[in-house]
Every structure is written in C-alpha cells, then in structure tokens.
Design a binder for this molecule. Structure first.
Ligand SMILES: Nc1ncnc2c1ncn2[C@@H]1O[C@H](COP(=O)(O)OP(=O)(O)O)[C@@H](O)[C@H]1O
Ligand SMILES: [Mg+2]
Length: 219
C-alpha cells in the first residue's frame, strides 16, 4: 500500500500562493493499475512529483513499504529513485545525442547491474529490437515511448509513474502503449500510477482517483 497522508503542497507565498495539494489523503494498492484523472491544474503532476521524490511537500507524508519517503537519508533517496521508481513522460524525454540502446541502459549502468537476459526480454516484449541503434529523432512518437518504457523498466522498479504517457500519441499508439504498460504491471508485479485525460484509458484501471483542487473528489 502506498499511503498518502495529509499531503499539502503550496507554491509561491502568501500574496501569490497556489495550493496544488490540499491535505490529500489517499491509499493506493500495490501491484495494480491506478489512473489519476482531474482537470488541468488539479494537482496530478504535483502528486506524481511527490511520489517520485522530485519535489517535497509543505507538510504530510507518503509511506511506501511503511516508510515515510520524505524522511529518507540521502542514500535512501538515491536508492529509491534508482530502484523503486520508473518514470514515463508525455514527451518521452529521451536524450537526443545518444542512441536508443544507450538511452535504455543509462539508468542501468548508473546502478551497475546490467542484466542481459532481462534486457532481451524487455526488447522482445516492447518490440524495439530494430530501434536500438537508431537515434530518438529517427523514431515515431509511439516508438520513442516504447524506448522510454524500456528505460523506465530497466532497473525493475516497483512503481511506474506515468504522466499522460499517451498525451502526445495517436489513438492506435495510445492503445499499444497502454496495453504494454498494463501487461508489465501484471508480469512484473509493478504498481502503475498513470495520469490520463482519456476516460477510455481510465476505465481500464483497477483503481480510479479523480483529483479536484488538490484533493480526491471523495474528500
Ligand atoms: N512550479 C510551480 N510554481 C507555481 N505553481 C505551480 C508550479 N507547478 C504547479 N503549479 C500550480 O499548481 C497547481 C497544480 O498543478 P499541476 O500539479 O501541474 O496540475 P495538473 O498536473 O493536474 O495539471 C496548478 O494551479 C499549477 O498552476
Ligand atoms: Mg500535469
């Protein structure tokens, strides 16, 4: 269970303050597909940034495996970012000056635990073998996102954070990316937390969370 407890995030100061997360309380089951929906500005990206330890809240906690991630030591933060979390973005965020193979294994080499067998398995599953020697700009959006998914998976994360991963894809590629993400959740026991605007995608999730002004609509 990922427990989000009284999470508050405020940007700016008094005169120009914006409350992105307003004492949010939420329990997310592990090894499931969780869809986060809500209008633009409702706090979806802020929430993912908190779970990914990209940003810190003003108050509140997030417990993963019973530990408050905001109390982690520097070493625990590094390990959490490297081994627990994988991230998929709307605009892929591949590094343009290195080829796709290097884009995938870069996180892995930082972790110094390259697993050839697992890499090959991902390549087959994501159907990216012919893309590995190419550069990101030579790929279509759908292909780039499949490379980005491989990169997110390479360290065997427990949690994948995906912020509108289909937001820049046509419907056919969207469907394929969602199906791939769903199948890795099942196969590798991953918790998938996906922000989406697409109701047809949200409907496929095990759990739906709708944010309204930085809280759940149930709060
Ligand atoms: N870095 C920032 N500085 C100031 N305000 C921000 C920042 N990031 C987000 N916000 C504000 O916080 C609110 C929630 O933003 P965000 O989490 O990006 O929403 P969503 O992803 O649901 O569109 C919005 O009102 C947004 O303008
Ligand atoms: Mg957003």
């Amino acid at each position: 269970m990922i427990k989000i407890i009284n999470l508050k995030k405020q940007y700016g100061t008094d005169s120009a303050k914006c409350i992105a997360l307003n004492n949010l309380n939420l329990e997310l089951p592990e090894k499931k597909f969780i869809a986060i929906t809500g209008k633009s500005g409702s706090g979806k990206t802020t929430l993912l940034n908190m779970i990914g330890l990209i940003d810190k809240p003003n108050s509140g906690a997030i417990e993963v495996d019973g530990k408050n991630i905001f109390k982690f030591s520097k070493k625990e933060i590094r390990e959490y970012r490297r081994n627990t979390i994988g991230v998929v973005f709307q605009f892929f965020q591949l590094i343009p000056v290195i080829n796709c193979f290097d884009n995938i294994v870069i996180a892995n080499e930082f972790a110094a635990k390259y697993e050839k067998e697992y890499f090959d398995e991902l390549v087959e599953k994501l159907d990216i073998e012919d893309l590995l020697n190419k550069y990101p700009e030579q790929l279509s959006g759908g292909q780039q996102q499949r490379i980005a998914i491989a990169r997110a998976l390479i360290n065997r994360p427990k949690i994948i954070l995906a912020d509108e991963p289909t937001g820049n894809l046509d419907s056919e590629n969207s469907e394929s990316v969602v199906n791939l993400l769903k199948s890795v959740v099942d196969q590798y026991d991953i918790t998938l937390i996906m922000v989406t605007h697409d109701n047809d995608i949200a409907k496929q999730a095990d759990v739906n969370v709708c944010l309204v002004d930085g809280r759940t609509d149930a709060q």
